[in-house]
Design a protein around this ligand. Structure first.
Ligand code: HEM
Length: 239
């Protein structure tokens, strides 16, 4: 049977911009992060490593601002920007999921239930990566938002914070430095493990989109470019 479809606006400009900025930033962060992780193999040390970390942190700021913007519009935005339409916390989600598993519904205006779970997993891991990244940026190359605080905490002469530089012992109180490293350790461990989680989730997300597109045929990928999906006519269901 031929199903008549209509063009339906779903993804706002805010969502689409967030999505593609996020894609570019994460790809760059994964590439730069992998180089930091394997810096010995690449023969990168000293100033080269500091430069690599600095570029990683600068791209990290773009990633963080974009993510914070997305988290805010989840509360104050409109339509499919809002959490009750994007995360699996809406009333009736369980029934929605059962119906999805049984293959009873052909297309979804927003994310299908598996998509909602994936969005939750991605946003949670990205938020954890942002927080751990911002902390280690402060303890490692003394960059904002926590760098000033950490530099002050390890300085012998608090009036000469300019002397506190990555990999330099000048003006550094060894005991306070060790205490700072102890604070840093769990965050760096989290940063590496969450990195591996993202390396698992991102391909899974892409596979999910391919499967959903084959099943729903609603032009999911171009919808993330122009905002419009192709849905069966008279599909009044808002999910
Ligand atoms: C999806 C986002 C991100 C990914 C996939 C990622 C990945 C990585 C990886 C794999 C490393 C190497 C870890 C190691 O050498 O032990 C790393 C290091 C680092 N990341 Fe990220 N990162 C992300 C976001 C951020 C953000 C938002 C910031 C801060 C603005 C940040 C700051 C840092 C710093 C300072 C290091 C160097 C740590 C060190 O080895 O001393 N990262 N990142």
């Amino acid at each position: 049977m031929q199903i008549t479809k209509e063009q339906v606006f779903v993804w706002s400009r805010n969502i689409r911009l967030f999505h593609w900025i996020n894609v570019v930033a994460i790809l760059l962060l994964i590439a730069l992060g992998s180089m930091i992780l394997h810096s010995k193999t690449f023969g990168i040390a000293g100033d080269g490593k500091v430069l690599l970390k600095t570029i990683h942190v600068l791209v990290g700021y773009v990633f963080a601002c974009n993510l914070i913007f997305r988290l805010i519009i989840g509360f104050v935005g409109k339509g499919y920007e809002r959490w009750h339409k994007t995360l699996p916390f809406n009333s009736g989600f369980k029934a929605e999921f059962t119906e999805f598993k049984a293959g009873k519904k052909q297309a979804y205006k927003g994310h299908n239930p598996a998509g909602k779970l994936m969005v939750l997993a991605l946003l949670a891991t990205m938020t954890a990566q942002m927080i751990s990244g911002l902390v280690i940026a402060g303890t490692d190359i003394y960059y904002p938002p926590f760098g000033h605080y950490f530099a002050e905490s390890i300085a012998i002469d608090k009036d000469n914070l300019a002397a506190i530089q990555p990999y330099s012992k000048e003006n550094v109180d060894e005991v306070a430095y060790q205490a700072m490293r102890d604070i840093r350790n769990p965050f760096i461990t989290a940063h590496v493990y969450v990195f591996y989680c993202l390396l698992f989730l991102i391909p899974l997300h892409i596979i999910g989109v391919v499967i959903a597109e084959r099943r729903e045929k609603s032009a999911l990928v171009s919808a993330m470019v122009n905002g419009y999906k192709y849905l069966p006519k008279n599909n009044t269901d808002e999910h």
